[in-house]
Design a protein around this ligand. Structure first.
Ligand code: SP5
Ligand code: ZN
Length: 342
């Protein structure tokens, strides 16, 4: 299987993140990509190709222009006021505070365009986020040109990013951008299967009113897990999209046997949708030793996960999302990809 990669991921390199009431070294760090790359090379999964520049047009098919402008300028605006320290929001337009005014001050804008304080903007965030979208888009082009499966080694991840919101370590929604580009390139129906531990709230929001993209997500129950406010089973889509959004919240402690029962139902649903293409939001933070998660999948289970995904026989674009057990994510990601190819 071909892998697409960009060195520019390293420009998202915050010194700390705010997590669980502490400033700690970021779990979403550059080492993640290096572990995956080295495993891809040691097992000989296939060639690793650089991402091509695709410009802003395919990004603007998914994200609002003003949001993209904001991401592009946030760091320089922040530095004017606070100097070269990580940009974090501290106030949000929530419930009765009002939510439809875009303030002029950078602090207000950070709150307007974000949904958490765990996603630092740094000097290189925009460069890295764009590169990550280009990774997904380059993989999308190869798939459109006839490859059966391609792996987009995206970083920063994307599935929490919505039309005009960033958060959850995500700025641009790589999987959604690729799915839209597949449609724009001639596909009629695209299915997105999100197997990251966290609900893909951004992807859900982007396609919630549409039936040309089916969004199916297995994730930790938002009643007790991040992102808390979306990902419930009664969120089934709206307007034309009713019936084309499917959430499967699972309890803490879910192991492979329990996970697989739900996965089979999800894959059956996807199969009956008859998509032209499958996009997999591939997070391996479902791993038993993931530092921020509470599922119990083992390294060998990811082989079966890949095999199960292959069983619906669709051209498949794998887009990397989360997974923070930095020593193991290489094995876990590559197991999914090689299980798929077996
Ligand atoms: C792409 C992706 O996986 N984003 C995840 C963002 C999660 N950020 C908040 C994590 C809160 C973690 N609380 C952990 C409790 C155990 N220490
Ligand atoms: Zn995740």
């Amino acid at each position: 299987m071909l892998t697409i990669h960009s060195r520019d991921h390293q420009y998202q390199n915050p010194k700390f993140e705010l997590i669980d009431g502490q400033l700690r070294p970021p779990v979403e760090n550059a080492q993640r990509v290096e572990t995956v790359l080295s495993r891809i090379r040691s097992v000989g999964l296939g060639s690793v190709l650089p991402a091509l520049e695709r410009g802003l047009a395919p990004i603007l098919r998914v994200h609002e222009q003003a949001f993209v402008d904001f991401l592009q300028n946030a760091w320089s605006e922040w530095v004017k006021v606070y100097g070269e320290r990580e940009a974090l929001p501290l106030i949000w337009p929530t419930r009765t505070l009002g939510y439809d005014r875009l303030p002029e001050a950078i602090d207000g804008q950070l709150g307007y365009y974000s949904f958490d304080a765990g996603t630092p903007i740094t000097a290189g965030t925009w460069r890295a986020a764009r590169a990550s979208a280009n990774v997904a888009l380059t993989a999308q082009q190869l798939l459109a040109a006839g490859e059966q499966a391609v792996f987009a080694l995206c970083r920063p991840p994307g599935h929490h990013a919505a039309t005009n919101l960033y958060g959850g370590y995500c700025f641009l929604n790589n999987a959604a951008i690729a799915a839209q580009a597949l449609l724009d390139g001639g596909a009629t129906r695209v299915a997105i299967l999100d197997v990251d531990y966290h609900h893909g709230n951004g992807t859900q929001e982007i396609f919630y009113h549409r039936r040309d993209v089916l969004f199916v997500s297995l994730h930790a129950d938002p009643r007790v897990e991040y992102p808390y406010f979306l990902g419930y089973e009664d969120e089934k889509g709206a307007a034309d999209g009713v019936g084309f959004n499917l959430n499967y919240p699972l309890p803490w402690g879910t192991d492979w046997q329990q996970y697989r029962q739900t996965l089979k139902i999800a894959l059956d649903f996807i199969k009956n949708y008859h998509p032209d293409v499958l996009v997999v939001s591939l997070g391996v933070d479902t791993f038993e030793y993931d530092p921020i998660s509470k599922f119990c999948l083992k390294t060998e289970d990811y082989l079966t996960l890949g095999k199960d995904i292959a069983s619906i026989h669709k051209p498949t674009l794998f887009v990397m999302e989360g997974g923070y057990a930095v020593e193991d994510i290489g094995n876990n990601i590559v197991n999914v990809l090689s299980g798929f190819e077996d």
